[in-house]
Design a protein around this ligand. Structure first.
Ligand SMILES: C[S@@+](CC[C@H](N)C(=O)[O-])C[C@H]1O[C@@H](n2cnc3c(N)ncnc32)[C@H](O)[C@@H]1O
Length: 319
């Protein structure tokens, strides 16, 4: 897209066509969608407005910006880092280097958390009602998200479940900063401040401290922990391997089941009776997770993703 050459776009529509061709040639899988996102970003528009402005002439600075973002994408930098955001559960989450880009499969974990929250609230209202002779008031649910990253799980739960209190934990300072920024952007004027807290530090140690201090356990413990085995690093796409944070990708101690094991071991101490633990899994991890759960006296259930992979482990803590 160099000015002066025969391939200079004259309009936003030209620019979009050329971006599509470039990304397709570079082997970008979702070239159509990503060209739209990148061109819209270069022109300071959202995708819808881009389609309403295809005849709009483009200037030199815009062409330079488009060229810059396409070159970055051509070098396999994720589009989410280039445009600074990714959609999750129909909301825009800011992301940047040092923070995992939210994945669509993680939405299954949120779906299941919402179902369980509704179930737990109904149980609580009826128990409360029975205790008070019919005049019921359900206490707020307490949800923890261990390894919150951008805050996509924690904040979506807080926004979808207005009665819930949410604790978002991460050992990465960059992640906590990003999650806080997302809370401010998604619910302006501090609307979530009273219900969402952010805690930087080792997730299990910090949650154990809070549970002990408060004398109450969480209703739902949610986690999408790092679960890639180091030896699988070579199989990752360059977008992931070369750009996303190692701390968010790779399971500690060379053990892809590290977090499943630790979360199961901690579940009874941290989750209230009747509550649940939901953990996102990698492809092929479910049979091992089932065995680990059964060995600890839990009956595992799995939520399948759209690709048919058992993506989320669910265990309930016996009432
Ligand atoms: C796979 S990412 C998930 C991010 C986000 N929840 C999502 O679904 O997009 C895992 C996250 O766990 C965090 N993490 C790694 N070790 C941790 C620990 N010991 N305690 C708390 N968080 C940890 C990483 O910093 C990273 O943000």
């Amino acid at each position: 897209m160099t000015q002066g050459s025969s391939t200079v776009p004259r309009t936003a529509g030209d620019m979009l066509r050329m971006a599509r061709e470039f990304l397709q040639k570079k082997g970008v899988e979702e070239w159509r969608l990503e060209a739209e996102l990148l061109v819209a970003h270069a022109l300071g528009l959202d995708r819808l407005r881009l389609f309403l402005a295809l005849d709009r002439p483009v200037g030199g600075a815009e062409i330079d910006r488009a060229r810059d973002v396409l070159v970055r994408r051509g070098r396999r930098e994720p589009t989410a880092y280039i445009v600074g955001r990714r959609e999750f559960y129909k909301r825009d989450f800011q992301v940047g280097k040092g923070v995992l880009v939210p994945r669509p499969e993680t939405e299954h974990l949120v779906d299941r958390a919402r179902e369980l929250a509704a179930e737990l609230l109904v149980a609580r209202v009826s128990a409360d009602g029975a205790n008070r002779g019919g005049a019921s008031s359900a206490g707020a649910l307490w949800i923890a998200d261990l390894g919150t990253g951008s805050g996509c799980i924690a904040l979506t739960c807080a926004l979808e479940l207005p009665g819930a209190r949410v604790t978002a934990l991460d050992v990465s300072g960059a992640a906590i900063l990003c999650a806080r920024a997302n809370a401010a952007a998604l619910a302006p004027e501090g609307a979530l401040a009273a219900r969402v807290e952010f805690v930087e530090g080792d997730g299990l140690a910090e949650l154990a401290r809070l549970v002990c201090e408060r004398g109450t356990r969480v209703d739902l413990l949610l986690s999408n922990p790092p679960y890639v085995a180091r030896e699988d690093a070579a199989t990752l796409a360059p977008e992931v391997k070369d750009y996303e944070p190692e701390l968010a990708l790779f399971a500690p101690a060379g053990d892809p089941d590290h977090w499943v094991r630790r979360l199961l071991d901690a579940a009874r101490a941290l989750v209230t009776p009747g509550g649940a633990l939901l953990v996102e899994l990698g492809a092929g991890q479910a049979p091992r997770a089932a065995e680990l759960a059964r060995a600890r006296g839990f009956e595992p259930r799995f939520v399948r993703d759209l690709a048919g992979i058992d993506r989320v482990l669910e265990v309930r803590v016996a009432p």
